[in-house]
Design a protein around this ligand. Structure first.
Ligand SMILES: C[S@@+](CC[C@H](N)C(=O)[O-])C[C@H]1O[C@@H](n2cnc3c(N)ncnc32)[C@H](O)[C@@H]1O
Length: 190
C-alpha cells in the first residue's frame, strides 16, 4: 500500500475538526489524515513506541510541514489526556487488543457527540503471531453496535497479500453511548 491507498481508505470517513490516530506507528495514516484535513486541523498522534513516533515526525515535517500534529507516547488502552475529538482513526492497531470493549468505551469518552471512529483492519477473524486478534468487517459491525456506536458503514477495501483484504469502516458515537468527556467536568449529572 502507498500513500494514495491510505488516503483512499480514509477519504469518505474523515470530516473537519480535531482527530487522533491511536497506534499511529510510523504514521502511514497520520500522513493521510494530514493530507485530507489540511493545516487547520489538530491531529493527536498516539503510540507507545517512541522510535516510531520520531520517524513519523521526520516524515511529517518533510511531507506536510504545515500540519499541526501533537505526538504522544502513550498506551491507548489506558485513559488518554486529550481534548474532545471530532474523530479517531485506529489503523491496524485494534487487532493487538484481545478485550476490545474497554478500549472502545475509552474511545467513546474521547469523542464529541456524533464524533467518528474510523477503523482500518484486516478482514478476517483468525489471528496469527503478527495480527493476534483481528476482526472482520462483519464482526466489527456487531461489536460497534454492542459498544454504543451507530451508523457503521464500510468505506473501502484494498487487497492484501498477507490477509486477503484490508477494509476501512466509519462509525459514529451514539448519543447515549458514553459518559461526559473527562475534560467536560461540570456538565455531568453523575
Ligand atoms: C501494525 S502497527 C500500525 C501502525 C499504523 N497505524 C499503520 O497502519 O501503518 C501497530 C502500531 O500500534 C501500536 N500499538 C499497539 N498497541 C498499542 C497500545 N496499547 N498503545 C499504543 N500503541 C499501541 C504499535 O506500537 C504499532 O506502532
Amino acid at each position: 500500500m502507498d500513500h494514495g491507498d491510505h488516503v483512499s481508505l480514509l477519504r469518505n470517513g474523515v470530516g473537519p475538526g480535531d482527530w487522533a490516530d491511536l497506534g499511529s506507528g510510523e504514521g502511514a495514516f497520520t500522513l493521510a489524515l494530514a493530507d485530507l484535513l489540511g493545516p487547520h486541523a489538530r491531529i493527536y498522534s498516539v503510540d507507545r513506541d517512541g522510535g516510531a513516533l520520531r520517524r513519523q515526525r521526520a516524515a511529517m515535517e518533510r511531507r506536510f510541514p504545515e500540519a499541526r500534529v501533537d505526538y504522544r507516547q502513550a498506551d491507548f488502552t489506558r485513559p488518554l489526556d486529550l481534548p474532545p475529538l471530532d474523530g479517531v482513526v485506529m489503523a491496524n492497531s485494534l487487532h493487538f487488543v484481545r478485550d476490545k470493549r474497554p478500549v472502545l468505551s475509552l474511545i467513546q469518552s474521547l469523542l464529541k457527540p456524533r464524533g467518528r471512529l474510523l477503523l482500518v483492519e484486516y478482514d478476517g477473524d483468525r489471528g496469527n503471531p503478527w495480527v493476534p486478534y483481528p476482526l472482520s468487517y462483519r464482526s466489527w459491525e456487531r461489536l460497534a453496535a454492542e459498544s454504543g456506536f451507530v451508523d457503521t458503514r464500510l468505506l473501502a477495501t484494498v487487497p492484501s497479500r498477507f490477509f486477503g483484504a484490508i477494509y476501512s469502516a466509519v462509525s459514529v458515537r451514539g448519543e447515549t453511548a458514553a459518559g461526559p468527556h473527562p475534560g467536560q467536568r461540570g456538565s455531568s449529572s453523575r
